[in-house]
Design a binder for this molecule. Structure first.
Ligand code: CU
Ligand code: ZN
Length: 188
């Protein structure tokens, strides 16, 4: 009998935490930015789910964790692309790399790098791969140019490795998986 109210309390995690922070920050000088976590499924060119990714806004940047399964063995570029639309099979709908500072691609490029540039993902013999990386300075939901803007964003995995130097996309080959980063609609 008492189980149901307890469960509904547990089911309201971040939403209330954030609302509370915002409410209390009103009229005060400064408040810590609210935490934000957004998860997404990655779909392959055939529309099947091939993994998942989670983006978490932390104090110094945004943490990207992802797991893929069933992706070809090898090293694959991963980027945050500017538009939250994943239309297979080519996923060109996701646009270019997230780049609010108008830089060039790659941290080996003197004019780099894009805010959406990430390390390569290594997929082993079992066709599994994981990535856990904090993109320093990247804001997910606040600041002057958050990743989650009006048209969202996408996590994109490429067929080949990123050389971290070639503009505009690291010579990484086609796009083989894509996950939309968007605000989850509020539940009634
Ligand atoms: Cu890309
Ligand atoms: Zn880039």
């Amino acid at each position: 009998m008492t189980l149901r109210p307890l469960l509904s309390l547990l089911a309201l995690p971040l939403v209330f935490a954030c609302a509370d922070t915002t409410a209390r920050s009103m009229g005060k000088t400064r408040a810590a930015p609210p935490a934000a976590i957004i998860g997404t499924s990655l779909i392959g060119s055939d529309g099947q789910i091939v993994g998942n990714a989670t983006l978490t806004q932390e104090a110094e940047g945004t943490r990207i964790t992802m797991t893929v399964t069933g992706v070809p063995i090898g090293t694959h570029a991963v980027h945050l692309h500017a538009i939250g639309r994943c239309e297979g099979p080519a996923f060109t709908s996701a646009g270019g790399h997230f780049n609010p500072d108008m830089k060039q691609h790659g941290n080996r490029n003197p004019m780099g790098d894009h805010a959406g540039d990430l390390p390569n993902l290594v997929v082993g013999d079992d066709h599994r791969g994981t990535l856990d990386h904090v993109r320093i300075g990247l804001r997910l939901v606040d600041g002057a140019s958050p990743l989650l803007d009006a048209d969202g964003a996408a996590v994109v995995v490429h067929a080949g490795p990123d050389d971290f130097a070639s503009d505009p996309a690291g010579n990484a080959g086609g796009r083989i998986a894509c996950g939309v980063i968007a605000r989850t609609p509020a539940k009634p």
